[in-house]
Each structure stands twice: as C-alpha cells, then as structure tokens.
Design a protein around this ligand. Structure first.
Ligand code: TNX
Length: 558
C-alpha cells in the first residue's frame, strides 16, 4: 500500500496567470470554448458520481461546456446565494473564470449555472435535481441543503482537474441529462476522536470538507471530545478540565484543547456545509483526564496520574457522589449552549467498573439532564439497558449483528440506531496487515468490507425504520497527523457515505469500485492523501491536460 504524493511533473497542468484575467487570456478562453464545440463529448458519464445518485437519465446530445463568461444565478434567497458563492469558490481556482454570482427572481441559465429553490419541487429535505442541457446546468431543490448536494454532484461531473488549486487549461465539459437524487437515511456521519490525539481546528475543517464532498452532511460530524488521555473543550465552570486535563495525549505529546471560539468556528464551518456537529462527552468511563483535574469526582477522591497509554475501561466518575451530577450538568449545559444541533452524545461505552443498576441509574440521570437541556440523547449502544427517553439514539458499534438482544429490546422500547459496526465502519482498523497505522481488534477492513453490508438489515430484529443512519468513527490512538487521518478516511469514507445515501437497489461492488476509482485523480490533484487500495482500478494515465488547447481523449467513458 502507499499514499499518493502531490502530482509529479508530468501531471502538473500548464498554469494560467493568477488574478483577474487579462484580455488575451479571455480571448484564448473564448477561442478554446469555440474549439470545444467541435471537441469530443464530456469525459465522464452522468452516473460517475459517489455516492450513487438515485436516478440518472443521460442525454449525450446535451453535453455542455462551461464557458469563461458563465454566470452563476441563484434564487434570491440568502441560503441559495451562499451555496452559489460556494460553487463559485470551488470552480474559480482551476478555471480561472470570474464566475460572478447574481440573484434573479426567476433565474434562467442563459449560458451558465442556475441554483433554484423551488418549494413545489417535491424533492424532500435534502434532495435535488440536476439538469444539464446545451444551455447550461440547473440545480433545483426544496432546501439549500439540497442545492448544496447538487453542487457536490456537479463538482464530480467536471474533469478531475477542477480540483487544481491554480488555473489550468481544460475543456470544462459536463455530461448532459438529468439526475434526480435524495438520500436513503437522514443521518450520515463520521467521527473524529480529538481526545487520544489532539488535532488543530484547521485539520478538523479539512475533515469537514471531505465529509461535505460525499454528502455526509446534515447531522454528521461527531467530535469525540473527552477521554482518558485528554479533555479538549473549555468549560468555564470547571476550568482545570482543559488547564490540567487538556495537556496530555497518547504517547506523551502536548495535547491541546478547543476554546469556545475554536469550537464555534468548527460548528459554523460545518453548518455552512450543511453538517451538524454532534459533541460527545464520554461518561461515566473514559474520564481519567477529568479525574486528574478534579479528584473529587474520582471514586477514591485521589487524583490518578495523567494517562497517555491506549488501554480502556479503567476510569470512571463517582456515580455515588452528587458533585458528579453537578459536574455533568455544568459540562453538558455549557456544551449544549455552544451547539445549535439537536444532539448531545454522552458516550456510555466501556465503563467496565460501573455495573448493573449503578450504571443504568447513572445513565438515566444523565439522559434526564440532556432532555432538560432541550437536547436529544445519543450514546454508544451500551446505554441500551437504561430506561427509554423520547428520541433516544443508540450508536451500535458491535461486530455481530446477528446476536444483540439487548439492543433489539431497546429499539422495541423506542430507541433508534446509528450503525457503526466495528468490523465494517471503524476507520481506525487497518486495511491490510501492512497498513502502517491503525488497529485490528475488529478485523481488517479493506474497501470492499467497508462497502459490503446493509445498514437497513445489519442488526437482526431491528427494522430499517428504526435506523437513523450510519457513521464511520475514526479513533486516533495511532493517528497523529492530518495525513494519517486522510490515509484511513480515504477511500473508505465514500464507501460508508454511499451506504448512507444511495438506494439499496444500486448497491453493486463492481460498479462502486469503478466509480470510486475516478475519485483518485481528484484527490491527487487536490493534494489529499489516500490509501491506494489494490482492489480499486485507479486510473494510471494523468487526466490533467499538460498543454493548452489539446483536446482530451475520451478516456473515462467505457
Ligand atoms: C473501542 S468503540 C472504543 C474506543 C477505542 C476504539 C478503538 C467505542 C465506543 N470505544 O474507546 O478508541 O475501540 O478502535
């Protein structure tokens, strides 16, 4: 296995001058556009999208080439205009085109792209329709989220060189036809553990970008905020949590934490991409870093030493001390106040030393605190035996979906499930024995293993209606850099994204493998690290033009 370095000399596109295009550049672009009218069809098929769209109706006679003078027109609505501006920002670097964004009460794509909010479109809360005709592209949706997903699809339909950070000469052709799309599940997430190793805000924002690309949006980014090895979020009423508990991490590094402003920045960056942050405060176990800071929370009232190893299950806050519940209420109250989304994740996993009724009693009190804050409880499926509370969501991380009567019983009492099976969705598992980082306690997870399961039927006895969606957790005991994160995320994240988004009827490993292969050149061009999984037929020829005005062969069309 290997990672892909940034493009070598042969793949570097001929740069156009940065900044405002001058007259000569525009003239060249015009000439190129004229030439492209005679050039071959779009290099991609309309169906070459990850996750697979619900319905694709190609119309090869309707291919369209983005002209240099194209305008992006959006419905006169701030949220639609914001998506239009995001689209322009995606397209301007590689095209070098100005792509002005304008609004119109009745947008018409004269020679450009239109993003249309239409209440009557009947496309659902997250669906969209994308029509490419010889006049341009029109994305229609009922919500700004739908427009945003349409834009992610549009991005993938352009040549891979659209990912280049500087202008390249390219024929920006889009395949003609109509895509009508909407997700299978409302919750499509990934988790980043920022407790075992701390990651800078910029790294988290980049991970959010990766989620957005694959429509892992809306309710998804789940920050694992606290653990034995470090406390990562400022709590004003308990300042030593970060001042003391935040200064450690696995392996003895310096740790770190997010200030409230940092956290707010992550939340708003995610919200701009239609991603809701789900914060986790893991209780009652995984709390060594809190006990180091506040020994009164420890069962023996003695501060344990800071922990920088990777064992689990040894620490817990004292369920018999009222101060513990004051602590929980304060912490969850401050985190809830910073979090616009509906969810508070309270962990609940691997509290090996808090058993039976003591455990369920603790969980039930914490669930009540969450409800009193107006939030919905999410917790690992170990919460299952505790009493049901309206809306409660269990995140199932088991490895045997055939045999979990406790979870099935909780679902019968009203719980819904987020599916994160350890042996399919855990992004910290190695791909193969030689993967340089990662775990293997749940087995090896190659791309096919990540892809070949069905969230709707995975836990026997749990009906598909009780499944809210999927989440791919990335635990970071062995992950120390953004490149490590990307190596484990890609290409498995798009596999989980497809399980969350695409209709089951489209599930097909061979077809997925081919579509996924087309993402490789995009990541390479964008400078994103990924695992070059041997089971994926990554293209070997550079797809980025190296010379101006050389028509590109129709390589990707089978
Ligand atoms: C289990 S999954 C854990 C984490 C570890 C992870 C490593 C879960 C709820 N708990 O504490 O980091 O395994 O794969």
């Amino acid at each position: 296995m290997s990672t892909i370095p940034s493009p070598g000399p042969t793949a570097v596109p001929a740069p156009l001058p940065a900044g405002e295009p001058d007259a000569a550049t525009l003239a060249r672009a015009a000439e190129q556009t004229a030439g492209s009218l005679l050039a071959p069809a779009a290099p991609h098929r309309l169906a070459d999208v990850v996750p697979a769209p619900r319905q694709v109706q190609p119309d090869p006679a309707a291919d369209w080439v983005l002209p240099a003078e194209a305008v992006i027109v959006a419905s006169a609505d701030p949220a639609a205009l914001a998506v239009a501006e995001q689209l322009a920002q995606l397209l301007r670097p590689a095209t070098g085109y100005p792509l002005p964004v304008t609004d119109a009460t009745t947008p018409e794509p004269a020679a450009g792209i239109a993003l249309v909010l239409d209440d009557g479109a009947d496309l659902g809360a997250e669906g969209y329709r994308l029509d490419t005709t010889t006049d341009g592209v029109r994305v229609t949706a009922t919500t700004a989220a739908g427009l945003f997903y349409g834009v992610q699809t549009l991005r993938q339909l352009l040549p891979a060189s659209i990912e280049n950070p500087t202008p390249v000469t390219e024929r920006w052709a889009l395949p003609g036809g109509t895509i009508t799309d909407a997700p299978r599940f409302p919750y499509r997430g990934a988790m980043l553990d920022v407790a075992r190793h701390f990651f800078a805000v910029e790294d988290v924002l980049r991970v959010i970008d990766h989620l957005a690309r694959y429509k892992l949006n809306h309710l998804h980014l789940h920050l694992h905020l606290t653990d034995d090895q470090g406390w990562r979020i400022t709590v004003d009423s308990w300042p030593k949590l970060t001042a003391v508990g935040g200064t450690t991490e696995v392996g003895g590094g310096p740790g770190g934490h997010y200030t409230k402003a940092d956290y707010a920045r992550i939340v708003s960056y995610a919200a701009d991409r239609h991603i809701t942050v789900v914060p986790e405060i893991d209780l009652p176990g995984h709390t060594n870093s809190a006990l180091v800071a506040y020994p009164e929370l420890a069962p023996d009232k003695i501060a344990p030493p800071p922990y920088t190893g990777t064992e689990v299950g040894f620490s817990y806050v004292d369920p018999a001390d009222e101060r513990t519940y004051d602590f929980v209420a304060d912490v969850l109250g401050e985190v809830a106040a910073l979090t616009p989304g509906p969810w508070l994740h309270i962990g609940g996993d691997e509290a090996f030393k808090v058993k039976g009724e003591v455990y369920t009693g603790f969980v039930e009190r914490v669930q009540r605190i969450v409800a009193d804050l107006g939030k919905t409880v999410v917790g690992w499926h170990q919460l299952a035996p505790a009493a049901h509370l309206d809306g409660r969501v269990l995140q199932w991380w088991g490895t045997n979906g055939e045999d979990d009567p406790t979870t099935v019983d909780a679902v019968r009492r009203g719980a819904r499930l987020i599916l994160s099976p350890g042996n399919h969705a855990y992004l910290d598992m190695k791909y193969a024995p030689d993967t340089p980082i990662g775990h293997d306690w749940a087995g090896l997870i190659d791309v096919r293993k990540a892809y070949d399961w069905d969230p709707g039927t995975h836990v026997a006895g749990v009906p598909a209606e009780a499944v809210l969606g999927v989440e791919a957790p990335l635990w970071t005991e062995s992950v120390t850099s953004l490149a490590d994160i990307e190596l484990l995320l890609l290409p498995r994240l798009p596999a989980i994204a497809e399980l969350g988004w695409s209709p089951r009827a489209s599930h097909d490993w061979a077809a997925f493998r081919d579509r996924l292969a087309g993402q490789g050149p995009r990541w390479t061009t964008a400078g994103i690290t990924f695992h070059r999984a041997p089971e994926i037929p990554w293209p070997t020829t550079p797809t980025i033009p190296t010379q101006r005005n050389v028509p590109q062969p129709d390589t990707a069309t089978p």
